[in-house]
Each structure stands twice: as structure tokens, then as C-alpha cells.
Design a protein around this ligand. Structure first.
Ligand code: ADP
Ligand code: ZN
Ligand code: ZN
Length: 733
């Protein structure tokens, strides 16, 4: 039977469809999901077997090597990839390539290496801490290892901020050792709990029961204000799953993956916790993947791409901070891990819990219409209520005095009480613009439609969109005047102002700035956080890096500045994202038994959305925004897809998109809007335009997108630009 010797292979190339290859006679037929090595053009590629159909082509190339005898991507995961490829209109071969760890993509065997662990030696167990009082990093390393008698992998140690130098020093003293362990067979300890659970309050109890009692697939929205004990609900819902020998997959946003978060899971359970994040080496990633596939990894915590982790015994999927934009991939394969998590749970017949204090309107809508089971935690777990947000009219602030006297006084009072304050400003640098007092000229990026941000300490102006930088100008670029000034304030300026302010406080207090500029060096963020967590009076200044994942027990004041732009934004998700960020930052102030204070400076204190957000009433705000979305046909009432194009000039970009639109059949059910130049017309030297497709009927929209992609791929004008389709875009910028 000739059909037996032909296979279809999905290859990691930007072309739709699979490719036919012939297997040499007598060679066993690899199943769907197994890897093969094949020639492609002049290259050799590793692809995944898709099917075993006869070929309509007479001349086929031979498979060079069959890499797996069994499916490497099991059927449920394969089906998920297929569904995602169809939904996002992305080539299946690229999706499968994305799902495989790099070493598997390169054709290596899917075996776990011997696992390297650092652990205490016998002598190390008996060392007293005072011998290390002069070496705090070594003491920290020793303490962490004492908490983990089985030892820790390099990745885990790094996640717990243990320094490599400290480990080496301890190894030289023969207090710790590095061992290579062969992976053990999967097993479940008699008792999965390593420490007792907290006594759940009634709302938590109801949520835990609902999740534990779920039979098969059931989607939940765990809607609970910051500090209401969502993590405790996850922990208690996980316990019976783990005790039954099953695995839990949990997705978190990149900046939510902190040592503190991990520690809570590792302390609670006596089963292995595997972490998947972008900082792993290829070998570590493969080991984690294999451990999950073989069922040895029992709790898998990872950022968005972890949604594709193979699971031997799936039991529960959790998406923490489910509203977070980082769950959507913004380049290449533009999937939304939040949505794929629900698909995956459905396919695996397990419950999925989406947790958030500020759920996306899409998720809230699913809960309100009964498609997601809505679990609510309305109170903070301790006794402290959520802090009210006090609105301060900021029309009197100036670039040189960005903080109001009331805010400054509150900061001083907080420090005087021995507590900590946070000042939030989502803009790094010293000032967002340099301008000419005589003619109004502003220093713009030559490659983008954007202003250059002044980074004073580096004596540079930098573009935050493309990274372009140049020296601070001495003269106006238009009229030559030297009468230049800066306007607005960034975190660097706030830091300088607050340092002056703190000098006047008795005893002084450090100002700690946390943004991408101050935390670029590895480990510097952890060092700063450790300083704050010691609990001495301090002022934190920072961007949204501060919004999640970290607990600051001594923080009792949050001052929020400059959130107006989000609430007034023309982008349809602007106000929603501003409210989410605001409530998240406000939630940093006060924990458990200690109510905090939150001040928000705004120039639009009478704006309806600003007032609703300040009242902390996310539900009311969501109602207002959902009504607007309903009227406009935006998600969740309509579905969107955006065809984006970038070219060396605007005419080229628009021409391509016009030709795309012209090739589409006219449908009443799908609106084609544009093409139009993108809100940011130029970025990194390229001109940008977009075509928006909108429909309240998903099948009609996707049918049209199929036609659109096929037509667009054939257009010669497309070869002169870069273009891509973004299904369910999270912004239209
Ligand atoms: P969230 O994830 O909703 O922000 P957490 O689960 O982090 O909330 O809980 C906030 C704090 O309250 C944590 O310090 C946690 O230990 C504590 N906590 C949560 N549930 C309880 C409970 N039932 N009893 C006592 N403390 C609790
Ligand atoms: Zn000028
Ligand atoms: Zn730029």
C-alpha cells in the first residue's frame, strides 16, 4: 500500500499547510505528534508528523530520520495547537515549533538530564547562623537551603535570589554540595501538605468547595479584591488534586512570578514545584518540560507559554491575575494564554480558575452571563477593609512640583510613624520631554511619532518606543534658541524631589526607585525589595513593576499620580486598563489588619470614570464601560481582528491594505474599517497602517479571515512590507 509510506509533516516555516514526505520502505510509521527530520529546500528541518494520507504528488523527498517512535506532543496538546493555529490564523508548524522547547526543536531526545541540585552537607546542617553574620548573602543561601532539605536546582535558587558567589563560598567551606540526581519515578507523598492550611473564611470556603466539587471541565472566575485571600483559595483547591496524584498548572504574569509567590507554594506542599519562565536555560526548560510530561512535576507555575506544558495527569488549571495584558503574546504567534487555558481545561476535562481583583470585561461578562461560575471574595482576609481612594485635585501641580502639598505631608507623616510610603508614576526617566520656551519646539524621536524622554543621570534623551538615543540638545532644533526647558515628570525626577523631602524628616529615610532603569542589572530588583521588606521607613517610587506580586507589610500610604491619560484614552481598552492598574497599586497599601491610605492626584476629579475607580467600585465602572462597549460593538459584544502593516512609506502600507480589503467578499455580518494610518503612524523608522475587521458573529469573521489571509499572501504589494494579523487584539495602537 503506497499510502502507508507517505506522511504529512508540519514544519516551522511561515507557510500554511503541511508538507508531504516519503518514509523509506519498511521503516515504522511514526504517529501523529512525533518528530521527524526532513530536507526542506537546502535546509534540514525538524517537523512534527501531522497525518498519514496518500500524497497527490508523484515525486516526494524522503524523511531523513524518525526522531520519536511515540508522540512527543500528545493528542490533547496537539488538538489544542491545531485549534490555536486555526483561531489565530497562524501556521500550524510554527505553533508546534513554538510549543516545543528549543532542544527538542533542534532534534535532541526528550529525556531529562541528571538534575543538578545544591544541598547542605552534614556539616552544613549543623552550622550556626552566627558564623555568617558578616556574610549576609551566604547566610541567606544557608537559610534557604535549610528550608529545603532535598536541595534546590540552580533555577530554583535563582528564583529565590540566592547568589552564585555565596553558594561557591559555602561550597569552599564544605557546608553545601552540588550533586547530580537521576530523576525519580513519579510518586505522591502520604501527606501532600507540608504545613497546615489557614482557616478559610466563609467566602473562601464557598469558593474552595465549588472548585473542589467541580466534576470535569468547569470554568470559574475567582473575583476577589486585593488581599482577599485568592492565593489561599488556590492553595486549598490544589490540595485534594495533588493528594489524588494529579498535577496543577498555574499561569502568572511575568512580574508576578516573585520569590515570595513561589515560597508560598513550596512551603505549603511536599511535592515538587516546577517553574517555567523566560530566564531558564534550554536544558532547564527541557528538564521541566519532561518532568511535567512524565508526571514528576506536580505543580507547574509559569508565564504565558506554560499553557502549552504537557501534563501526564492534569487535575486543575489556574490563571492568576487573569486580566493581565502579558498573557497575550504581542509578536509572532499572537495567542492569548487566558483563552487557551480555558480551551485546554475543556479538552482535559478539568476545572479552570481565573483569579483577579479586576477581571477583564470579557471575563466579567462571561461570569455575569453564567458561562463562568462566579466566585466572589468581597472582604480582605484580615480585618482591614479596602482603603478608600482619596481624590486630590492636581490642577495646581507643575512640572517642577508634581506632588501636591497634601501628598507630601502624608508622606512625611507616614515616615514619622515609622512606616513606608509608595509613590506611583507610570513613566520612567527624569522628564518626558525637552522643549523650547521661545517657539514651542519639542525634541522628538527621528524614527518614531513620539517624544524623547530625558534620562538625567545618564545625560541622554531616549525614545521608549524604539530605543533611539541622543545627547541632550543645547539649542532648539527649530529656532536655535538656548532657552530650553523640560516638562512633566518621570520617576527619576520624583526620586530627586523626594530625596530632598526626606532629608527634612528626622533621621532621614531612603528613597528607593523601582523601574526598568534601576532594575536592569540582574539581582538589583531583589536587592531593592529586600531593603524595603526589612520594614524600615522608606519611600518607594516606581512604575507598574510595583503593582503586583510583592507584599510590603509596612507600607501604609500609596500616592498615585498621573493616571488621567488612561481614563481619558481613545483606545477602547484604555480606561479598563487604567482602572485595573489603579486598584492594583492601591491594594499595595495596608495589608490584613492595618488599613492603608491611598491618595490619587488627578486633573479630572469630576470625570465619571475617575470617580468610579476612586470609589473602588470596579463593578460599577465595569457596568459603565460594558454599556459603552455594547453600543460600539467592541468586545465582548463584538469580535475584532486587526491586520497591521508596516512599510518604508505610508503609501506602500495603505496600498497593501487597500488591496487586501478589495479582495474581500462583502458581508453584512462583518464590518471592514479602514485602512487607516495607525494611531502611532511611525515607529522605528517604519510607517504603520491598519485594517480593522469587526463582527458580532465569530464564525463569519473567521471565515472572512481565512479568505483574507489567502488573498494577502498572494499579493505582490505584501512583499514590500511587513504585515501580520492580530486576532482579538488587546490594543489598536
Ligand atoms: P490575594 O491573593 O487575594 O491578594 P492572599 O491570598 O495573598 O490574597 O492573602 C492576603 C493575606 O491574607 C496573606 O498574607 C494571607 O496569608 C492572608 N490570608 C488569606 N486567607 C486567610 C485566612 N483565611 N485567614 C487568615 N489569613 C489569611
Ligand atoms: Zn525654538
Ligand atoms: Zn523612537
Amino acid at each position: 500500500m503506497p499510502s502507508e509510506s507517505t506522511i504529512q509533516v508540519a514544519l516551522p516555516v511561515p507557510l500554511p499547510g503541511c508538507f508531504d514526505y516519503r518514509l523509506s520502505a519498511g521503516s515504522p510509521r511514526p504517529p501523529r505528534g512525533a518528530r521527524v527530520q526532513v530536507p526542506f529546500g537546502r535546509r534540514t528541518l525538524v517537523g512534527v508528523v501531522h497525518d498519514h494520507q496518500p500524497s497527490q504528488f508523484a515525486k516526494l523527498k524522503n524523511v531523513q530520520r524518525v526522531l520519536d517512535q511515540e508522540a512527543l506532543i500528545d493528542e490533547p496538546l496537539y488538538t489544542l495547537c491545531e485549534r490555536a493555529a486555526r483561531y489565530y490564523h497562524h501556521p500550524l508548524g510554527e505553533v508546534l515549533g513554538f510549543v516545543l522547547p528549543a532542544l527538542l526543536r533542534q532534534g535532541q531526545p526528550a529525556l531529562a538530564g541528571g538534575e543538578v541540585r545544591w544541598r547542605l552537607t552534614d556539616r552544613g546542617h549543623h552550622v550556626s547562623d552566627d558564623r555568617l553574620t558578616r556574610a549576609p548573602r551566604q547566610l541567606q543561601a544557608l537559610t534557604v537551603l535549610k528550608e529545603h532539605p532535598d536541595g534546590l536546582t540552580p533555577a530554583m535558587l535563582e528564583a529565590l535570589s540566592v547568589s552564585k558567589a555565596a553558594l561557591q563560598a559555602l561550597r569552599d567551606k564544605e557546608w553545601v554540595e552540588r550533586v547530580e540526581l537521576q530523576p525519580e519515578a513519579a510518586g505522591t507523598p502520604a501527606e501532600v501538605l507540608a504545613e497546615p492550611a489557614l482557616a478559610a473564611n466563609p467566602e473562601q470556603r464557598a469558593a474552595i468547595h465549588a472548585i473542589v466539587d467541580a466534576d470535569g471541565f468547569q470554568p470559574f472566575l475567582l473575583d476577589g479584591v486585593t488581599g482577599s485571600g485568592k492565593t489561599e483559595v488556590y492553595l486549598q483547591a490544589m490540595a485534594p488534586v495533588l493528594a489524588a496524584g494529579k498535577q496543577v498548572l498555574m499561569l502568572v504574569p511575568e512580574i508576578g512570578l516573585t520569590p515570595q509567590t513561589l515560597r508560598r507554594f513550596r512551603q505549603r506542599f511536599a511535592v515538587p514545584v516546577t517553574v517555567l519562565h523566560s530566564g531558564l536555560t534550554d536544558r532547564e526548560r527541557l528538564d521541566a518540560w519532561v518532568a511535567a510530561r512524565d508526571g514528576r512535576a506536580r505543580i507547574i507555575i509559569g508565564t504565558r507559554s506554560a499553557v502549552f506544558t504537557p501534563l501526564a495527569h492534569p487535575g486543575l488549571i489556574i490563571v492568576d491575575e487573569t486580566h493581565d495584558a502579558s498573557l497575550k503574546q504581542q509578536d509572532g504567534f499572537r495567542y492569548h494564554a487566558r483563552d487557551l487555558a480555558t480551551w485546554r481545561a475543556q479538552q482535559l476535562a478539568v476545572p479552570v480558575v481565573h483569579g483577579s481583583a479586576t477581571p477583564a470585561l470579557e471575563t466579567l461578562h462571561l461570569a455575569r452571563t453564567g458561562r463562568y461560575h462566579w466566585l466572589r471574595l468581597t472582604r480582605r482576609a484580615g480585618d482591614a477593609g479596602a482603603p478608600p481612594i482619596e481624590l486630590l485635585d492636581a490642577r495646581d501641580t507643575t512640572p517642577d512640583r508634581p506632588l501636591l502639598p497634601t501628598a507630601l505631608k502624608a508622606i512625611r507623616d507616614t515616615l514619622a510613624r515609622g512606616e513606608q510610603a509608595l509613590v506611583f508614576l507610570n513613566r520612567r526617566g527624569f522628564a518626558p520631554v525637552i522643549l523650547c520656551r521661545d517657539c514651542g519646539w519639542q525634541d522628538e524621536c527621528p524614527r518614531c511619532d513620539s517624544l524623547m524622554t530625558w534620562h538625567r543621570s545618564e545625560q541622554q534623551l531616549r525614545c521608549h518606543h524604539c530605543g533611539h538615543q541622543h545627547r541632550v540638545p543645547q539649542r532648539c532644533g527649530d529656532c536655535g534658541s538656548t532657552n530650553l526647558t523640560d516638562a512633566g515628570a518621570g520617576t527619576e525626577k520624583l526620586e530627586a524631589l523626594l530625596e530632598k523631602e526626606c532629608e527634612q524628616v528626622k533621621g532621614g529615610a531612603p528613597v528607593v526607585r523601582i523601574d526598568r532603569d534601576t532594575t536592569r542589572r540582574k539581582g538589583s530588583l531583589d536587592a531593592k525589595l529586600a531593603q524595603i521588606q526589612k520594614g524600615e521607613p522608606a519611600v518607594l517610587v516606581g512604575t507598574q513593576m510595583l503593582a503586583k506580586g510583592h507584599h510590603f507589610p509596612r507600607l501604609s500610604l500609596a500616592v498615585i499620580t498621573n493616571m488621567d491619560a488612561g481614563f481619558l484614552s481613545a483606545d477602547f481598552r484604555g480606561p479598563e486598563q487604567a482602572a485595573q492598574l489603579l486598584l492594583q497599586v492601591a491594594g499595595r497599601s495596608g495589608r490584613q489588619d492595618r488599613p492603608g491610605r491611598v491618595l490619587m492626584q488627578s486633573r479630572h476629579t469630576d470625570h465619571n470614570l475617575v470617580q468610579l475607580a476612586a470609589a473602588g467600585d470596579y463593578q460599577a465602572l465595569a457596568n459603565t464601560l460594558l454599556e459603552e462597549r455594547r453600543g460600539a460593538g467592541w468586545p465582548p459584544f463584538g469580535h475584532l481582528a486587526l491586520l497591521r502593516c508596516e512599510a518604508m512609506n505610508m503609501a506602500q502600507a495603505l496600498t497593501f491594505l487597500e488591496e487586501c480589503a478589495a479582495g474581500l467578499p462583502a458581508l453584512d455580518s462583518v464590518h471592514v474599517l479602514g485602512p487607516v494610518p495607525a494611531p502611532m503612524e511611525k515607529r522605528a523608522g517604519r510607517y504603520r497602517a491598519q485594517l480593522l475587521l469587526q463582527s458580532n458573529q465569530r464564525p463569519a469573521l473567521h471565515g472572512l479571515l481565512d479568505a483574507l489571509m489567502e488573498h494577502a499572501r498572494g499579493l505582490p504589494s505584501g512583499r514590500r512590507c511587513r504585515w501580520h494579523l492580530d486576532v482579538d487584539p488587546i490594543d489598536l495602537l
